[in-house]
Design a protein around this ligand. Structure first.
Ligand code: TYD
Ligand code: MG
Length: 453
């Protein structure tokens, strides 16, 4: 029977049955490649295999409920992992090249090794001597981490089988190659096969594996997204090159909450954890300025205060610009539409720029009101009170909706010296944490009371 052809996008992992220049799913160009690996298969059914075993759920109840976990002893890392590293789990750590993934992994390896795990750090990018030099720079040259410099999957798995490690770090998955797959290292088939085999090995041998994946811009090399579905936990290491802050974010976690963040600072001696991110994100804030608002947000399980900045200026273009960093562009358009149709604040003919300071990326709708406040403040050239934090969700009707964890947001604001909060109605049974509350019914009322418009 003729083999079905399958094609996969190396940027987002979407499969198609025919080649095209542009990926329909993610819009990337020149990323569609023929798949010689797992996706292609014969069109027969699979009925007629070997019979497996099934178990009653209740029979399992006597077994250990939670898998054992090991703490790194670094709060920012342990929290993102959902409370430490789970035995026999597979993790993916993605991020732009040069952001600090290898540095983070070597530091984590040293921590886990010190806490009793047998850790092997497999580098496919650097020689053992280079890894040792990095360890010296980080002051970790004495830690009991084992090193291996290899890229052949078969050799690596043989080594791991003999060494019986508790944790293996693969840096990076794009440099690994399986000799039974007919394509170059870094291709979708290679990356998928290697990740699949490593994950299976980890599960069957009680070993945890952390795979590092570079986020790539060129189509020839597969990005970490093509293996996201195979692993238990997906972490992304983010940050801006110019900033020293780095954010480790869990986007998927079978063993803990997703969307948890850990904040680090890149120093001359590696990554240092930032225990109070709110203070850090607000540290560069000067005198109250139009367009600047402090948003009391929640990242994962923790409150984080940050500054949202807006700039609104007459546009020289026929199509005014809307530029957003750290927040969703579609959501910005929605808030501007509500401001325009429910509050009579139009943005026609105006360029709008919105920025979340410090390189943070916000996804919760609770930031709606803070974004609206920044926009109106910039447009009216009127600064908001310096000691106030703002949060609340905006509905299309212009009504303000209460948001989750209101009390935690207020407590964090109080801790950092804020004295008032502009927000939707306080839910019953929620404390005000000693702040003066300005509760608002809807966006129009907010614009009128705060800006007198
Ligand atoms: P690296 O961990 O090699 O990034 P990745 O593995 O994600 O490609 O980190 C690269 C950058 O980090 C490099 O530009 C130098 C910087 N760095 C420090 O600032 N301090 C340090 O202690 C180390 C080890 C690296
Ligand atoms: Mg690296």
């Amino acid at each position: 029977m003729a083999k079905d052809l399958a094609f996969t996008c190396s940027a987002c992992g979407a499969s198609t049955s025919k080649w095209s220049g542009k990926c329909e799913a993610c819009g990337a160009w020149n990323t569609i490649h023929e798949d010689t690996g797992l996706a292609a298969g014969p069109k027969k059914t699979s009925i007629g295999g070997r019979r497996g075993k099934t178990l009653k759920l209740t029979d399992l109840a006597t077994q250990e409920a939670a898998p054992p976990r090991t703490l790194a002893g670094v709060d920012e890392l342990d929290r993102v992992l959902g409370g430490g590293l789970v035995k026999a789990s597979a993790l993916l750590v993605g991020g732009d090249p040069g952001i600090g993934k290898s540095t983070l992994m070597l530091q984590a390896a040293a921590r886990f090794a010190r806490n009793g795990l047998k850790v092997i750090y497999v580098s496919g990018e650097e020689s053992n001597a280079q890894v040792q030099m990095r360890a010296q720079r980080l002051g970790l040259e004495k830690s009991p981490v084992m090193l291996a410099s290899d890229t052949n999957l078969r050799d690596i798995l043989t080594t791991l089988e003999a060494e019986k490690a508790d944790l293996t770090i693969i840096d990076s998955i794009q440099t690994m190659w399986a000799d039974h797959v007919d394509s170059a290292p870094g291709s979708v088939s290679q990356v998928r096969t290697c990740a699949h085999e490593l994950t299976t090995f980890a599960k069957t041998h009680g070993m945890s594996v952390i795979m590092v994946g570079h986020v790539t811009k060129e189509g020839a090399i597969a990005g970490p997204r093509v293996v996201e579905h195979m692993v238990d936990t997906v972490l992304y290491f983010e940050g801006e090159r110019g900033h020293q802050f780095r954010i480790l974010r869990s986007v998927k976690n079978r063993f803990g909450p997703a969307d948890e963040i850990g904040v680090f600072e890149m120093t001359g001696k590696g990554l240092a954890e930032v225990r109070n991110p709110s203070a850090l994100f607000l540290s560069e804030r000067g005198e109250p300025a139009p367009g600047s608002v402090v948003f009391a947000g929640i990242e994962g399980t923790r409150p984080v205060l940050c500054e949202i900045q807006a700039l609104v200026a007459p546009s020289p273009h026929s199509q005014p610009r809307r530029s957003v960093v750290g927040w969703d562009g579609g959501r910005l358009a929605m808030i501007m539409a509500v401001l325009e149709s429910r509050c009579g604040v139009p943005f026609t003919g105006l360029d709008v720029y919105l920025n979340v300071a410090g390189g943070l990326r916000i996804s919760e709708p609770a930031a709606d009101l803070a974004v609206a406040a920044a926009l109106v403040s910039a447009r009216e050239d009127a600064a908001l009170p310096k000691e106030a934090v703002i949060f609340g969700e905006i509905s299309l009707s212009g009504a303000l909706r209460p948001v989750i964890q209101t009390e935690n947001r207020l407590k964090e604001a109080q801790k950092l010296g804020f004295t008032s909060a502009i927000m939707p109605r306080l839910p019953k049974g929620t404390g005000a944490a000693g702040l003066e509350l300005r509760e608002m019914q809807d966006l129009a009322g907010f614009v009128e009371q705060v800006f007198g418009a």
